[in-house]
Design a protein around this ligand. Sequence first.
Ligand code: UDX
Length: 447
Amino acid sequence: MAVIADRCPQVQVTVVDLNAERIAAWNDPDLTLLPVYEPGLDAVVGRARGRNLHFSTAVEEAIAAADMVFISVNTPTKTRGIGAGQASDLKWVEASARTVAKAARGHTIVVEKSTLPVRTAAVIENILTSSERATESQPGRSFSVLSNPEFLAEGTAIADLESPDRVLIGGQDPEAIEALEAIYRHWVPAERILTTNLWSSELSKLTANAFLAQRISSINGVAAICEATGADVRQVSQAIGADSRIGPKFLQAGPGFGGSCFQKDILNLVYLCRHYGLEEVAAYWEQVVTLNHWQQQRIARLVITKLFGTVSGKRIGVLGFAFKADTNDTRESPAIRICIDLLEEGAILQILDPKVSEQQIAQDLGLPSSHGEGSWKLVTDVHQAASGADALLLLTEWQQFSEIDWPTVAALMRQPAWLFDARAKADATAAKAAGLQVWTVGEGSPV
Ligand code: UDX
């Protein structure tokens, strides 16, 4: 929404949330304290805030004044009831639709922005149309529902929004589609704006994420074969990515995918397939998630095996906790599962992440920071992470981890010491020269 405000100074954008603390953080004069860390976001908010970008808790007031309302609420995986563990919990979407139904005035275009299971627009439409009837206190209102899924990736969100591969708008009402298209045309070339029916738009978002995640599970599976056979997954990625039909992106082996979308969207797709009796299709996509979990367990097991079969009481420096670099987001981060496995084996983890807070890690690991076997603490530099450690385990590809001064760091570790690089990010040659044993994901030793 901040980018829309930035690119369309004549459009008034009001972001509303019931959470007053969060809104206060978005209004903080210190732009480094915005609730989301995203490179470039502070500059965009700095330019537009107070001009045509506003953050407010006055939800109903803002809806009443709006021509267009974007629903961008969380849709977490259900934890209980029908579809638990797979289907999305739509309670916030439904609550938002009901609030819009109550507060809107005149004609309102309602845009689904949250990633939703296919045919959710029908639920929103249903709630809205049942409120269209005019009453004495409420003059006539009408609604058009559009789907406009978001394809941005964290860490590159601003660049993705400013120059998207495509903008997708799904809907039935040509006037509503044109109104939303007109907003994007301020900065997106018309040929990159695709219009489809509502269901195609909703399904495209789930499918795009499923395809991306599938590539990662595929390459992680290949990484394991490389390690077993003496091939090098980076060479394989380069070789297959040179085929223009395959393309070079999303072929980086790693500790498995994390983030708020991939797993959730695939599980949604799996649920949808089962709902329509497509068991084989469901099993196919489910395997992408299974392989992702396997990769995480494989890495934890490998660390334990290489450290003579036990990590009990051993210090391990964990480099990176976020699910990818340039974000403070830890949702579904592979680091969570890997750290939990190591903690259960009694390891003492010295975790370093430039953006993730101690509080967040404690919540993710279900364990406060402490001392002794099976404990963790947050450290602030790589020297502290390496201090007295038998191993460093690189899990997030932060740039600083490719610039480590290995002779200094190796001298702080207990020998024989290991570097486990699950992102192929570190300078392995320098680490080896400094006396470390190095394991790099997907790198087999040629015989
Ligand atoms: C993703 C989609 O890319 C985006 O289009 C959608 O809107 C939301 O979900 P995001 O989760 O922010 O975006 O990050 P992304 O860059 O896609 O990475 C997801 C995960 O895959 C990360 O854990 C990342 O480290 C991992 N990944 C990505 C790999 O392991 N290898 C790769 O080659 C690429």
